[in-house]
Write a protein that binds this ligand. Structure first.
Ligand code: A3D
Length: 320
């Protein structure tokens, strides 16, 4: 059986880390694509040369031409520019929308059967745009944010409870970042919900509230420390978990930005919800009963995504 092919569109900080992780896990052969000449080629060669030391077999190739992604099974998209001082949200939207147009058209032409994971920000709008421009079925295009947001939440909870991160599960809904909705009733340590752990004296409501707030601004905290960029290790690891669930048909239940078709009372919108990812892409959207407070917070998040999308659609018309 031929090896799987993984195309990484954007070879910056996350793209390079994705290539390294995918190679180390022998997920398949890897193509790094970027518009910057030399960057994908240099990273591909560097990682390939770590193969003999780490003992992995994977072909790595760097490219500046979309034909190199031909036949990819998975495409992970990080192409774009970050927000710079003085740049408005709409400026950023305009620039990254143009990038999504080029990327979407490249995928449509060369990798129309791929499972596509978008990471480029602003996530909930860019994944919508990527789907529009690529024309792929909605179940084959998802956004990575929830795995990262919940990993941050799990990390902080594990520290607070002084238990293994492996035994902490977290449940998050909604858009990426500020408006994400961690549902603590469904977040557990070995199956024990966080509210019960508070009753057991393992923590206090105040401490959990502070952890929720820190999780929501988790990306900003890292930007503040790094100063020259944003998080890349945990975002890359999160997208790899999603790609692996698809490639190995694991059917993991992971939070992801998926297109809703009536679930949670929402249609035609990409927003973060738990989904089952298997060989069929997004095979199922998990719809749970929310309590009033989670419902309210989810609505705030959905409204924020809708607003972003409206701005996006306005700009998209000028790109057509
Ligand atoms: P960075 O290191 O700047 O890499 C981006 C790469 O995209 C650069 O190498 C660029 O040359 C390349 N690029 C720009 N335009 C194009 C184009 N038209 N075609 C192909 N490549 C292009 O950024 P990064 O890797 O740190 O982050 C990538 C994206 O992920 C950014 O938009 C971040 O905001 C976003 N991000 C999202 C999350 C989420 O949880 C959703 C987390 C962290 C970062």
């Amino acid at each position: 059986m031929a090896r799987k092919k993984i195309a990484l569109i954007g070879s910056g900080m996350i793209g390079g880390t994705l290539a390294h992780l995918a190679a180390m896990r022998e997920m398949g052969d890897i193509v790094l694509f970027d518009i910057a000449e030399g960057t994908p080629q240099g990273k591909a060669l560097d990682i390939a040369q770590s193969g003999p030391v780490d003992g992995f077999d994977a072909k790595l190739e760097g490219a500046n031409d979309y034909s190199a992604i031909a036949g990819a099974d998975v495409c992970i998209v990080t192409a774009g520019v970050p927000r710079r001082p003085g740049m408005s949200r709409d400026d950023l939207l305009g620039i990254n929308l143009k990038v999504m147009k080029a990327v979407g058209e490249g995928i449509k032409q060369y990798a129309p059967n791929a499972f596509v994971i978008c990471i480029t920000n602003p996530l909930d709008a860019m994944v919508w745009a990527l789907r529009e421009f690529s024309g792929l079925p909605h179940n084959m295009v998802v956004g990575m944010a929830g795995v990262l947001d919940s990993a941050r939440f799990r990390h902080f909870l594990a520290e607070e409870f002084n238990v293994s991160v492996e035994d902490v599960t977290a449940f998050v809904l909604g858009g990426h970042g500020d408006t994400m909705v961690p549902v603590i009733e469904y977040s557990t340590v070995a199956g024990i919900p966080v509210p019960d752990l508070i009753k057991m004296g393992w923590s206090t409501q105040e401490k959990i509230d502070a952890i929720v707030a820190r999780t929501r601004s988790g990306g900003g905290e890292i930007v503040g420390l790094l100063k020259t960029g944003s998080a890349f290790y945990a975002p890359a690891a999160s997208a790899i978990a999603m790609a692996e669930s698809f490639l190995k048909d694991k059917k993991r239940v992971l939070p992801a930005a998926a297109n809703l078709t009536g679930q949670y009372g929402i249609s035609d919108l990409y927003v973060g919800v738990p989904v089952v990812i298997g060989a069929g892409g997004v095979e199922k959207i998990v719809e749970i009963e929310l309590n009033d407070s989670a419902k309210q917070n989810f609505q705030v998040s959905v409204d924020a995504v809708k607003e972003l999308l409206e701005a996006c659609k306005g700009i998209e018309e000028s790109l057509a």
